[in-house]
Ligand binder design. Structure first.
Ligand code: DX5
Ligand code: ZN
Length: 216
């Protein structure tokens, strides 16, 4: 089952309520919330208060992608704010095992993200701890970039790793995904597609989401 997670990074922040209601109508599975701290990535977005307010307005899954240094500082507060999935970057958390355990202890779904250049071997010892692996297909920080093709091979290898171990783990890909490349992404084993620009710049977001889901 392919899921689409539109990123509200590409929404008009002065009209975020309308964006959420639009996403509910057009078949979005998750709301992908890009939290950026200006240190781990060269951009700043929003924090726990945004998640708290979104939680009051929607029952869609809030998929929180923490692009922040030392994310363990904020796991508890994002969980309390109402996140459903909390994803941290391997590159940002020195004691990753502890951070993933911390997410699990909140009862929320646990995700780990890898930047494009980060090899899969960093997951060797922690794969069993996560519900989802997020593979960045652009260098994080901004919407509207182009997908880096080598990440597709990495995704296929991750899929293999998950299957070999008999695990049930989602593979999410994030960055530069559009209807025209969704099939390649899905063929590489991805089952959760993040799409910012593709959805928010579309005249017909429902059609974009539907066509991405049918790209098999
Ligand atoms: C990048 C973010 C992504 C990104 C997706 O740092 O994590 O979620 O905004 O946007 P598009 O689909 O426009 O590349
Ligand atoms: Zn993201």
């Amino acid at each position: 089952m392919i899921k689409v997670a539109p990123s509200i990074l590409s929404a008009d922040f002065t009209r975020i309520y309308d964006a959420i209601k639009m996403l509910e109508k057009v078949g979005a599975d998750y709301i992908h919330c890009d939290v950026m701290d200006g240190t781990f990535v060269p951009n700043i977005t929003f924090g726990q208060n945004m998640i708290r307010d979104l939680r009051k307005q929607t029952s869609l899954v809030l998929d929180v992608h923490l692009m922040v240094q030392a994310p363990e500082r904020f796991v508890e507060s994002f969980a309390q704010a109402g996140a459903d999935i909390i994803t941290v970057h391997e590159e940002a958390s020195v004691h990753l095992d502890r951070t993933l355990q911390m997410i699990r202890s909140t009862g929320k779904k646990c995700g780990v993200a890898l930047n494009p250049h980060t090899p899969l071997c960093v997951l060797e010892n922690v794969l069993e701890l996560v519900d989802m692996v997020l593979l960045m297909s652009v260098n994080p920080g901004f919407g509207g970039q182009s997908l880096i093709p080598y990440v597709l091979k990495k995704s296929a290898a991750l899929k293999q790793m998950i299957t070999t171990r008999g695990l049930d783990i989602d593979i999410q890909m994030d960055g530069g995904i559009y209807p025209h490349n969704a099939k390649q992404v899905i063929d590489a084993g991805v089952n959760v597609l993040v799409a910012g620009n593709a959805v928010f710049s579309a005249d017909d977001p429902a059609e974009v989401i539907a066509s991405m889901k049918l790209s098999k």
